[in-house]
Write a protein that binds this ligand. Structure first.
Ligand code: N2P
Length: 348
């Protein structure tokens, strides 16, 4: 054979093999997963892909409200999503979620009882616990010389431009309501108006309304005080031990993020397989350790490093938990909350 024909034969072979390879890849079922940013150990996704010979198409969101819009408008069909309590309640009421076949999730037996049967999904028909936590104030001990025990410190002019708030409407309105001694789920127009005015008053002191970037900003000591979710506090304190997490005395929020299957999911059984996989004690433990958040999986908790298991940030004691409130869907009041937040964010 001439050199040229050898080369063309080789080319044909290479092309054929790559087509085959691409073909095989395409044949693998795809699981569309929609989760918060920085909320899973990426190696665990790879392990699932390998073990089940599937492809995970992973995308992220920053708030419950963002996630809700993408799912409700239904452009992409997701197989698994990770909303919080009040949003699960809303999605159930709006018929956006599929019932989960618990026979496919035997590892649910590892979930602690206190995380099951909660008000937002009393029989866990639609949701399986993933992580839980609180929000509170993280502050830098070298930059703040006042006692930090109240939400009031976030309104202290001394810390102008050194305060970070969450760019998340229920959380920030919640902080303002709690500070005033009201419920996080207030339906009282005067209370809500007062909470809004306080947020507007606070705005000139706020350096930024943040999402996952809060971690980098606080670790780099670019701000002194921030409202954060507990798991992020765990990872920040690991990186910079000038940081401390506080539960303000007026009380705070306890939240539960669960895994759900949207009604228009294309791969429900694989979604259940994934939910079950994330509840394997060894996987759940590695995942919780990696992201810093608190696992509801009792068998996984036992496998966590002692410093996390005993951490008051990740696993607060009873007396702290007693002074917390869960977000509920505010239903007919939602447009008021939406408007209020818009007014705060657009105020100059
Ligand atoms: C992690 C987001 C945590 C979700 N970046 C808090 N509900």
């Amino acid at each position: 054979m001439k050199a040229e024909s050898k080369i063309s034969l080789l080319l044909i072979l290479v092309t054929a093999i790559s087509f085959l390879a691409i073909g095989c890849k395409d044949d693998r079922p795809t699981l569309n997963v929609y989760n918060w940013g920085d909320y899973i150990d990426p190696e665990i996704i790879e392990e699932f892909e390998e073990e089940f010979n599937v492809e995970v198409n992973y995308s992220t969101f920053a708030t419950n409200e963002d996630m809700y819009i993408s799912i409700a408008k239904g452009g992409t069909s997701y197989d698994v999503a990770f909303p919080s309590d009040y949003m699960i309640e809303r999605m159930i009421n709006e018929g956006l979620l599929a019932e989960i076949n618990k026979e496919n999730i035997p590892n649910m037996k590892y979930i602690g009882e206190e995380f099951l049967g909660l008000d937002f999904d009393p029989e866990n028909k639609y949701s399986v616990p993933y992580m839980w936590g609180t929000f509170g104030i993280i502050y830098n001990k070298t930059m703040v010389d006042d006692v930090v025990d109240s939400w009031d410190i976030l309104w202290n002019e001394k810390y102008a431009d050194q305060i970070l708030m969450l760019d998340s409407q229920r959380d920030s309105i919640g902080v303002s309501l709690k500070r005033l001694g009201y419920s996080l789920n207030s339906r009282n127009l005067e209370e809500l108006e007062e909470a809004k005015n306080e947020l507007i008053k606070q705005k000139p002191l706020v350096y930024a309304y943040v999402g996952d970037d809060v971690k980098q900003l606080m670790v780099a000591e670019e701000a002194a005080l921030a409202v954060v979710w507990s798991g992020d506090a765990v990872s920040m304190i690991r990186e910079n031990n000038n940081l401390e997490y506080v539960y303000p005395k007026e009380g705070t929020n306890i939240w539960f993020d669960n895994m759900v299957i949207p009604k228009n999911a294309k791969n429900k059984e694989l979604a259940e397989e994934f939910i079950n996989f994330l509840n394997r004690p060894d996987i759940a433990a590695r995942n919780a350790d990696y992201i810093g958040y608190s696992t509801p999986n009792v068998a996984a908790q036992e496998q966590l490093p002692e410093e996390i298991r005993n951490s008051q940030v990740a696993y607060p004691s009873r007396d702290i938990l007693e002074n917390t409130e869960v977000f509920r869907d505010v239903k007919d009041m939602l447009s008021i909350y939406d408007e209020l937040w818009l007014e705060v964010k657009s105020h100059r």
